[in-house]
Design a protein. Structure first.
Lengths: 559, 615
């Protein structure tokens, strides 16, 4: 057992160090995007943090994949090489008067001389006050999350009454059968009502004029009915430009409650408004709209998104903390929690490591200077980083980890976590609890965190020494364990004595009676127990090495 | 390279007219602001502008200095500023800041904004709000279409995809209609329009209205038929790795506006920008080839070149003179191109070797076939765990989801968690976008499943029932891609030999593993002259198909060449692989395809436009 345990400590130890050794910093790198977008950057991003080239290769050479060949024709590649040599050998002949080529002339940057891009760059270069070209974020195209609308033709299609003269009368598409149905004539006011005005346009005519870029006025559409008619005609014209224009007018002249209410049944218009509010960065109104629609997950995501614009890592962490109470789906909620915990941890790591790097005393930082701060890197990158810089630091022992984790999870009454901490599965699929601490200590810690008897007895049962087990079981009123232990010791006397200690008529009493009357079953059971015990000894190390999976790693990092 | 091309393919119309029109209109607009002026150009308009005009054109019209729009205070001292921009609120806000800063310092300037291809009311609303309306003049430069090659025209609107499909914003619908209208009036009248997708339908409507508004001209049609297709009809194709040369070059080096920048790894010297189009004779011969054929072709070319140069030996002075004056120039040009493409192929090989490309392709093919899905999932998992390219991992996840009609809940959860751990929790936002678009979703347990489950659950004990549930849920998936694939025969039977040198169908663009759905639909509809007989297919694609005949006597001219010139408009982007497939189809059937795309896309561009993990 002792031997096995030392093995275990060693294996487990690997995953431990980074957890606690790592410590704090502040570094302004919040906006960095960790993962690469460019296709050609196939290099795993974790590698980008370190400088040693050789190291990168070592790391990935373990890949199980073979080199790429198209159609397994390796000789194609060598043929290509030959061709290249052939072409290169000709090069000398050609190079003397290369300028004569009627090839585009290009500047140092590769832009054709005289091209517009080239000229813009020249202007920039000649202007001392212009900074080096900064990389700007993409033009604002970000949108909130939307559900796909199925009702594009919904209400608005009712107004599609007019069949225009033109070349294409003979449609056989489904659009045309809508056109026969409704004209919505009752919604159109008789012309006479407008007689005080000169050249008044109906909603439909107004929309047409807007589409054609002609002069128009929306101000006279004052009744809600007129406004909605205008909107519905805009939607049925399929012109997003006009739809948005009408929405801007409606937003200005209608109360929010009314506007939101009417949009609920007009999905196409609604999506235009959401897009417009996103583009104009009217976050406040957008959130109000989404809340009014009951789209709480979208509200949560939209607010969470704001963290991206916070560059100070401490402010970002605090912001993420405030996000924990947002109405995410349960699944996403857990991810956001992870995000917060990770950043919290990274801030600590970064502070310590930056100091260590500056101090110049820690060899690994001298040998492989860090390329970037660890802040805002993904979990896996952080894990890699820690395995890279903090692997060999034996700062805490297996025991320390267990004690701490156990106490923390027990405090939270997270009994399933406690269970998982000890559980490993062996190669036969049996689960088996084991611990670098004695189970007596485990019981002690659990009891101090007021674990219920139900939980306690699982661990009391695992105490090896029978006497100790009995005394613990008695202390914590784990009757079953006491009874079973006496049974296994084949001690009728003790069993009889204990009968007086349990409640009369209880299940325990019945169990004792049953045992006292049935000596045969007792023996076979004992034999079985012995066998199991033996088996577990054999598979101990084996089962352990199976347990150190990814989840374990990340859970520890996040603990 | 031996394609059994039909020899009677009609000639393509000349699209350089589009460039001339755009240039003339720009010149006209610049003249509306007489006198010296500085011109600010939006960054993503610079390359398209370069294709139709150059600095001297601008200088001739009194443009003094050129600047890129950079969203910061300007340094120009000119008293006339002209802004050439896309109709984006952010850019207009910046211009308002510039004008307001001038006002604050008492500086007087004249401002002109030229929106291209059109202005939006929302932009004018910003001018109004910021108190700048009236201080600036605005204009529209109807630069809708940029010909990238003889048969490719781009609207250069990559944001079309996200705006339309993710946000549901229809601002570009009329733009698409106007672009179509322009083509119709220059190269039409069209006699037949087919299409599929909601946006296609709307764009068609918008075009139809614009035709109705304008006056008719009768002319000999050059383009007879039009096919409109929404990108969301087929997401599988743009998510596959491209293996045809042009597509591969785009995947790896990114072709921007018909131009690629080859770095030192290709040129073994400084970087060069190269135009990739049919003018490049070497490129033109390999662009549509499966990459495995490219080596052979380039070697042959290199040998021929060597022979041509070798002719010099033994020439007398006179012969040498003729050689130099007649042949050398061409040979040198070819030599330059050949070394570029050899360099590029070599670099592609190196990059693809590094990332286990073969394994990746195997996974993609399995997903398309619906074969060994568990293995695919563990490959994707490993991909994620190793933190190999964030976009690649996302691409595989999306491909898995679409081909399987969604992920099983436990797979979805576990893969999402691992993805967030590898690439950052802020990708929660990306996942939300992908879910809304339907690109990466969780399977919803079907009704049939629950009934079956409860019945079986009563018969057997819990543990077995759990296992059965797994088995049932895989049966219960109604996978539209699989059904489509079966109906349209998109995935050829595995195990069959496929000679990539002599392609037999469009599947060659994916190594014989998959016929692109988009192109297959086009093929079928053209063959049937409509959607008749494809009812099951359109049902699986959520309908929105149409086929319309014009009333201008199309039938009488149905046999002329114009009917075999087909304009295919991809709303939301088109890949080079799809263009290659259509070129192949054209050669087989005697058609000529003209591809009009809102932008050239590929898996990376498509997915990047859906990322939200940045400000």
């Amino acid at each position: 057992m002792t031997e096995d345990r030392s093995q275990m400590t060693k294996v487990r130890g690997q995953s431990l160090q980074f957890r606690f050794t790592t410590v704090p910093s502040r570094h302004r790198a919040a906006g960095r995007r960790p993962a690469s977008v460019r296709e050609e950057e196939e290099e795993p991003q974790q590698l980008k943090m370190m400088k040693s080239k050789a190291d990168e290769e070592d790391y990935w050479n373990s890949s199980k994949f073979k080199a790429f060949t198209f159609d397994d024709e390796d000789d194609e590649f060598s043929r290509l090489k030959e061709s290249k040599q052939a072409v290169n050998s000709i090069r000398r002949l050609v190079e003397e008067d290369d300028d004569e080529d009627d090839v585009e002339k290009v500047s140092w940057s590769g832009e054709p001389v005289g091209s517009i891009s080239w000229s813009v760059r020249e202007t920039a270069a000649s202007n001392q006050r212009t900074d080096r070209e900064p990389t700007f974020p993409k033009i604002n195209t970000d949108t909130p999350t939307l559900s796909k609308s199925n009702s594009g033709y919904s209400l608005s299609s009712l107004f599609k009454g007019k069949t225009k003269g033109g070349n294409f009368q003979s449609f056989n598409d489904s659009l045309s059968d809508l056109s026969v149905r409704l004209y919505a004539p009752e919604l159109r006011k008789p012309k006479s009502e407008y007689k005080d005005y000169v050249s008044d346009w109906s909603p439909e005519e107004t929309i047409q004029r807007m589409q054609q870029g002609k002069a128009f006025s929306l101000e006279k559409f004052r009744s809600l009915q007129d406004k909605l008619l205008l909107l519905d005609f805009a939607v049925s014209a399929h012109d997003g430009n006009v739809i948005t224009a009408v929405l801007i007018y409606l937003k200005r002249t209608l109360g929010k409650e009314v506007l939101f209410r009417e949009l609920e049944s007009r999905q196409t218009a609604l999506r235009h408004l959401i897009q417009y509010l996103t583009e104009t960065r009217d976050q406040r109104l957008l959130l109000e709209l989404l809340r009014a629609l009951g789209r709480m997950e979208d509200v949560a995501l939209l607010q969470y998104k704001e963290h991206l614009s916070i560059t100070d890592e401490n402010k970002r962490r605090d912001f993420l903390k405030s996000c924990l109470s947002l109405p995410f789906s349960p699944e996403d909620s857990a991810h956001v929690q992870d995000h917060f915990t990770l950043l919290e941890r990274q801030i600590i790591i970064e502070a310590t490591d930056r100091q260590a790097e500056r101090g110049g005393k820690v060899e690994i930082f001298q040998k492989f200077p860090r390329r970037a701060s660890i802040l805002n890197m993904p979990l896996v990158t952080t894990l890699y980083y820690c395995c890279f810089y903090h692997y060999t630091e034996p700062e805490i022992s297996e025991k320390q980890y267990f004690v701490t984790a156990l106490a923390a999870r027990a405090k939270l009454k997270a009994w399933s976590d406690v269970d998982a901490l000890f559980t490993s599965r062996n190669w036969l699929g049996f689960t088996r609890k084991k611990s670098p601490l004695s189970f007596q200590r485990v019981v002690d810690i659990l009891q101090k965190n007021s674990a219920p008897t139900q939980v306690l007895q699982d661990y009391v049962a695992l105490v090896d020494d029978a006497e100790l087990r009995i005394s613990l079981a008695q202390k914590h009123k784990c009757h079953d364990i006491v009874i079973n232990t006496y049974r296994d010791l084949k001690d009728r006397q003790l069993l009889l004595g204990y009968r007086g200690k349990v409640e009369r008529g209880s299940a325990e009493e019945r169990k004792i009676d049953e045992l006292l009357n049935n000596p045969v079953r007792k023996r076979s059971h004992l034999h079985h127990l012995h066998h199991l015990h033996h088996l577990n000894h054999d598979v101990f190390f084996f089962s352990f090495s199976k347990s150190g999976g990814r989840t374990d790693f990340s859970r520890r990092l996040l603990l | 390279m031996a394609h059994s091309a039909r020899r009677d393919s009609p000639e393509l119309p000349d699209f350089s007219l589009l460039k001339r029109l755009a240039r003339d209109q720009l010149v006209y607009l610049l003249e509306q602001l007489p006198g010296k002026k500085d011109l600010f150009i939006e960054a993503d308009l610079m390359s398209p502008l370069d294709r139709i005009a150059n600095v001297s054109t601008l200088k001739e019209h009194e443009v003094d200095k050129l600047y890129k729009v950079e969203y910061k205070p300007i340094t120009s001292t000119s008293d006339q500023l002209c802004f050439l921009i896309r109709p984006r609120i952010k850019t207009v806000k910046w211009i308002c800041d510039v004008a307001n800063a001038d006002k604050a310092t008492g500086k007087f300037r004249r401002y002109k904004i030229i929106f291209t291809p059109q202005k939006f009311y929302a932009c004018e609303a910003v001018l109004e709000e910021q108190g700048i309306f009236g201080d600036v003049t605005t204009d529209e430069w109807a630069f809708y279409l940029l010909p990238l090659d003889d048969d490719i025209i781009s609207l250069e609107l990559p944001e079309f995809f996200r705006d339309n499909f993710l946000a549901g914003d229809q601002r570009w619908v009329r733009t698409a209609g106007s672009a179509l209208h322009l083509l119709h009036s220059l190269y039409g009248p069209f006699s037949k329009v087919y299409g599929i997708g909601r946006c296609s339908k709307m764009a068609y409507e918008s075009w139809r209205e614009q035709v109705a508004e304008g006056e008719q001209r009768t002319r000999q049609a050059e383009i007879g038929r039009v096919f409109l297709i929404d990108r969301d009809v087929d997401f599988v194709t743009p998510l596959c790795s491209q293996v045809v040369y042009e597509g591969l070059v785009d995947d790896i080096f990114r072709i921007k506006c018909g131009c690629v920048e080859f770095g030192p790894d290709v040129t073994s010297d400084k970087s060069v920008k190269v135009m990739l189009n049919s003018q490049d004779k070497v490129f033109n011969e390999i662009r549509n080839e499966h990459f495995s054929n490219v080596f052979g072709f380039l070697s042959q070319k290199a040998r021929n070149l060597q022979t041509a140069y070798d002719k010099r030996r033994g020439m007398d002075i006179k012969q040498m003179k003729t050689f130099v004056s007649e042949e050398l120039k061409g040979l040198k040009q070819e030599h330059r191109l050949l070394s570029l493409h050899i360099g590029a192929s070599e670099s592609i090989m190196k990059k693809k070797t590094k990332q286990d490309f073969q394994e990746l392709l195997k996974t993609e093919h399995s997903l398309l076939e619906g074969f060994e899905i568990r293995e695919c999932i563990s490959f994707i998992e490993e991909h994620i765990n190793r933190q190999v390219s964030m976009i690649q991992s996302l691409r595989l996840l999306c491909l898995l989801s679409i081909t399987e009609n969604g992920l099983m809940p436990k797979d979805y959860r576990s893969l999402k968690a691992q993805y967030l751990q590898s690439y950052g929790v802020d990708h929660l936002l990306t996942f939300a976008n992908l879910r809304h678009l339907g690109l990466l979703v969780e399977q919803q347990p079907g009704e049939t499943l629950t009934v079956m489950e409860s019945k079986v659950g009563k018969l057997v004990n819990d543990k077995t029932a759990g296992k059965l549930t797994d088995a049932f849920s895989s049966l219960a998936r109604k996978s539209n891609f699989r059904a489509l694939s079966r109906r349209l025969n998109l995935v050829p039977k595995s195990g069959e030999e496929y000679d990539l040198r002599v392609p037999r169908d469009m599947a060659y663009i994916f190594s014989g593993a998959y016929v692109p759905l988009s192109c297959k639909l086009i093929e079928q509809v053209l063959e049937r002259d409509g959607w008749t007989g494809l009812e099951e297919v359109t049902k699986l694609l959520n309908g929105n198909e149409f086929a319309v005949t014009g009333s201008n006597g199309a039938d009488s001219k149905a046999k002329n060449d114009a009917q075999r010139i087909i304009l295919v408009m991809f709303l939301g982007g088109c890949t080079f692989s799809e263009i290659s497939a259509l070129r192949f189809l054209g050669r087989e059937k005697g058609y000529k395809f003209i591809v009009v795309a809102t932008a050239i896309t590929n898996s990376s561009r498509l997915l990047e436009s859906l990322l939200d993990n940045h400000v």
